[in-house]
Structures are given as structure tokens and as C-alpha cells.
Design a protein around this ligand. Structure first.
Ligand code: SF4
Length: 348
């Protein structure tokens, strides 16, 4: 059911002779209220009730959210990570991060990932399949249900930074975000949503061309072609120069800032010279740089940069005029780097 956009739901109902008002009622039940049972809704009129009974039995539509295969919480209780089971047995991770007065959900867009970043547990798994729009929406509904059960309604922000490369699954991601931002339903504002890419150049240009209203984060990790492609193999397909040109065009066409993500790995990309090269590379781009000490994974032997090195790197970027923040390593004790929980469960 969550695959349907509002227009598609209206068309489904219209094909059965139901008026548009029923689509609005059903949409609110599904997306605003997160209803678990549609058979007992007092706001449903008899034609909609009959449609529900007909279509939601047998092989028809389902409103069941993916069951939780496992759940872990960080020791401070602020980060909860869920491994959700999809209908075909695939598993994806969804993370809920708590901040004072608000929560952010980090959701997955693919099972596995084709991009092969060397330090990433999902990349080490390889690509399995794209998620459907409904499977992406269902993760948000799951997080909201968890929060509501705890008496909170504060799911404010969304980051597409879980398993998978969102711009490699562009159409399903955009359909899902259209549903998630719909004001009659889940209603998370587009400005509160960030799409994270490892540098899929055609996707960045498409976002710019379509003037998509979402935030963009680009994972860079290297300031020379050699440095970057050793960590992010997809850089051989879309080289650094091409990526930076696409980022310039994105900023120019949308007027938006780009967040650049930089995973700091001891001895690989954490030197003062690298920081200076990065500052030169990004000259003229409205950039904010997020520095993230490496999250250790089982099959990558790199280590996180030390706190002193991270601060020195940050200072060089700031001195060059760039806002640069150090991302807290939220939930490192729950394997919150994408793909780590799934990999650990498989290995167990
Ligand atoms: S970091 Fe992101 S893009 Fe790279 S392999 Fe992992 S999931 Fe894919």
C-alpha cells in the first residue's frame, strides 16, 4: 500500500468507482495516523470499508510494516538501530537518533550497495536489489510508530544515509520522498530531508535540473583522484574533477549549500596537507564539511583518526573559510555505521 502516491491511490479507488474524498480519508489513516488496522475506522464510509475488505485480503494490498528482525540501542539509549525484514527475506537497517526535542531517522534505499566503498559494511556486501518506494516509506512509518509508542511525536528529520546509494535508485527514492513530504500524511518538510550520495554525477545533475527541494550531502573522503578512488571505487566511473564540476553546477542552479562528508581514517586522509588540498578543491562552492572519524568495520583494517588530528583538520578548513563540524559517532556501540548490524547478524 505504501508504494502508492496520492495520485495513484486516487486512481486505484476511482477504478473501483470511489470518489476522491475516500482517497483523502484512506491516505490520512495510512500516513498521518499510521493505522495498523483499517477495518475498524469510524471515519471510513461504507464504500471505502467494502473496498478495504475486498482489496486487503488474499493477494491484494498490505499495510503491514516490515517486522523487526533485531534491535539494538546505544548505551546512552539515544540511538536505536532496527534490522527490518522485507517480504523476500532481505534485511535493511533503519536507525533512529534522538536529540533534545527531536529525532532523526536514517533510512536505507537499497539492500546491499553497488558502490563498494572499502570502509563500509554495506559496500562489502555487494548490491542485492533496489528498495521500492513503499519499502522506503515503511521505514519512516516504523520509526514514527516506535516514537509514538514511547509517547513522542518528534520525528523531524530524515537522512538517506543508510544502506545503499539513493541516487542509484533515483525514481523510487523520489517517489518515496513525495509521499513522505505530503502535508496530508507524514509531512516531513523537504528542507529537513538530506539525500546522501557517494558521487553519482548524473543523479546530482538530475536533482539540480529538477530543482528537487531536498538537502544534498556528498561523500568525498579524498582530495585527489588517487586518494579518493582508493577509498571510493566509484570515483573511477565519475572522477573527482567531474564530481566537483557537478557540485558547482548544483550550487549554481539550485542556490543550495552542499554538505561534504569526510570519513577521517588515520594515516590515509587525515593529514594537514590533505585538509589544505580539500580547501583548495572546494573553493567557490557553498560547502559545509562534516568530519566523521571512521566507524570500524570487521573487514576493513583502517583506524579512526585521533581526536587531535580531527581537530587540526577542522581548524585548517575553518581557517580557509569553510564551516566544518565534527560528527558525533552516535551509536558506535550499536554498530551504527551502515550495514554493520546486518553483517554482524549474518556472521553470528
Ligand atoms: S558508504 Fe554508502 S555508497 Fe558507499 S558502499 Fe556504503 S552504502 Fe554504498
Amino acid at each position: 500500500m505504501y508504494d502508492l502516491t496520492f495520485a495513484a491511490l486516487e486512481a486505484e479507488l476511482a477504478a473501483s468507482g470511489l470518489r476522491p474524498v475516500h482517497a483523502k480519508t484512506l491516505w490520512r489513516a495510512l500516513h498521518r495516523d499510521g493505522a495498523e488496522d483499517l477495518t475498524q475506522r469510524p471515519d471510513f464510509l461504507p464504500p471505502l470499508r467494502r473496498w478495504i475488505v475486498e482489496r486487503m485480503t488474499g493477494d491484494g494490498f498490505s499495510i503491514a510494516l516490515p517486522p523487526v528482525r533485531s534491535e539494538t540501542a546505544s548505551s546512552d539509549g539515544l540511538t536505536r538501530k532496527f534490522l527490518l525484514a522485507l517480504e523476500d527475506g532481505q534485511e535493511v537497517e533503519t536507525v533512529l537518533m534522538g536529540y533534545p526535542g527531536r529525532h532523526t531517522a536514517c533510512i536505507s534505499t537499497q539492500a546491499g550497495c553497488a558502490m563498494g566503498c572499502v570502509f563500509c559494511a554495506t559496500g562489502q556486501m555487494g548490491f542485492i536489489r533496489h528498495l521500492t518506494a513503499g519499502e522506503i516509506v515503511a521505514q519512516v512509518l516504523h520509526c514514527r510508530r516506535v516514537l509514538r509508542a514511547a509517547g513522542s511525536d518528534g520525528l523531524r528529520n530524515l537522512v538517506l544515509m543508510g544502506m545503499g546509494e539513493p541516487l542509484h535508485n533515483y525514481d523510487a527514492v523520489m517517489a518515496a520522498l513525495g509521499i513522505i513530504t505530503d502535508r496530508r500524511g507524514i509531512n516531513i518538510g523537504p528542507a529537513r530531508i538530506t539525500i546522501s550520495t557517494v558521487g553519482v554525477v548524473p543523479g546530482i545533475l538530475r536533482l539540480a535540473g529538477e530543482q528537487q527541494p531536498y538537502g544534498l550531502a556528498v561523500s568525498l573522503h579524498g582530495a585527489t583522484e588517487e586518494e579518493r578512488s582508493a577509498l571510493v571505487p566509484v570515483s573511477r566511473r565519475w572522477p573527482l574533477a567531474e564530481l566537483i564540476a557537478a557540485c558547482r553546477e548544483y550550487c549554481h542552479r539550485t542556490g543550495r549549500r552542499i554538505f561534504f562528508e569526510w570519513t577521517l581514517i588515520a594515516g590515509r586522509n587525515d593529514s594537514p596537507e590533505t585538509a589544505a588540498r580539500l580547501a583548495t578543491l572546494l573553493q567557490g562552492i557553498d560547502a559545509h564539511i562534516n568530519l566523521i572519524p571512521l566507524n570500524p568495520t570487521q573487514s576493513y583494517d583502517g583506524a579512526a583518526a585521533s581526536a587531535g588530528t580531527v581537530h587540526r583538520f577542522q581548524r585548517i578548513l575553518r581557517d580557509a573559510g569553510f564551516p566544518a563540524t565534527i560528527r558525533q559517532r552516535r551509536g558506535i556501540d550499536v554498530a551504527a555505521g551502515c550495514g554493520q548490524l546486518r553483517a554482524e547478524k549474518r556472521a553470528a
